[in-house]
Write a protein of this length. Sequence first.
Length: 344
Amino acid sequence: MKRAIAGPVLAVLLAALPLGAQTNDLFDDTPAVPLNHPEAVLVGGEVGRETSVVLASLPLRSMAAKEAVRGDDGRLVFLGAYRYDGYSLADILDRVTVEKKNSGEYSRIIDVYVEVANEAGEKAVFSWGEIYYPADRHRIILATAVSRLVPSLTKDLWPLPSESKLVAGSDLLSIRNISRPSRITIRSLDMGMSGIADGKGEASSKTKLRLCLNGVLIGELSRLPEKSAAYEYPAVFYGRGKGFLGIETFRGVALREVLSGKYPAADRAMREGLVAVIASDGYRAAFSLAEIADRNDFREILLMAKENNSGESGGFALFPAGDFFSDRAVKGIRTIDLRVPLHD
């Protein structure tokens, strides 16, 4: 008897669903449209062997993104909301072996970054940490298919791209979402740029933090800016090597605010900008400027200070709230070097 009524009951239930709603999944209510894309992406730079990675050999990933850009008049323009299907940057880079040119002096992988480029000459920079260390994985993809996330009331049909594109899912503005990427270059931090290798540009006090722009000293901090909003993040601290390091509450200010106004307010600077965070003992980590200053996940990278008896800083440290592993929580920071193009 149950089998006899299953069919009619199911038909009635399906008929009651709103038109256009295929499933209960709000990210899967319109068909995916394929995008023109290269069959492979060339990965080179500091690798054992330059490799052409065939995209179809990789697992397919999916993610949702709300896209906005800054218009010519400086105003923010909403482009649309989409679900993108494609291949993650992490999966693509898994197919190569990194051979850092500076491995003899610094073996850690956290000073590595990648440049993703297309044939039009556009380039977007990502740190190795934001690709492989985040708690939310596979949020940077080379999209080969797209579907609209259509509002149920307004029925807005957002414009669709025709070419594959790089999608940085954790970015507030879609500045790094370049069209049809075809090449990835892996690099490690050049320490000579920051005047560290030869001891140039020493600050007046070892407890002060040097702020540099392309290796040139532009300021120093002896304490955290008083006008910056304070953040407090309780976290389980877990390192890639040493594992569990404790449960702590991290307090500081957003590095985004500390660096604000110290680099060109241009899309190219945000798309290609790199930040080197360097401790006095040589420990260092690379961050893209975008992962510091263009986040949409409310997980600020904190700059923290330990005050001494005179009220000045006894040392600066970072807490990257979006990272699963603690390795980029640099302590005893001596220099933060903004490496950005100065012209658009």
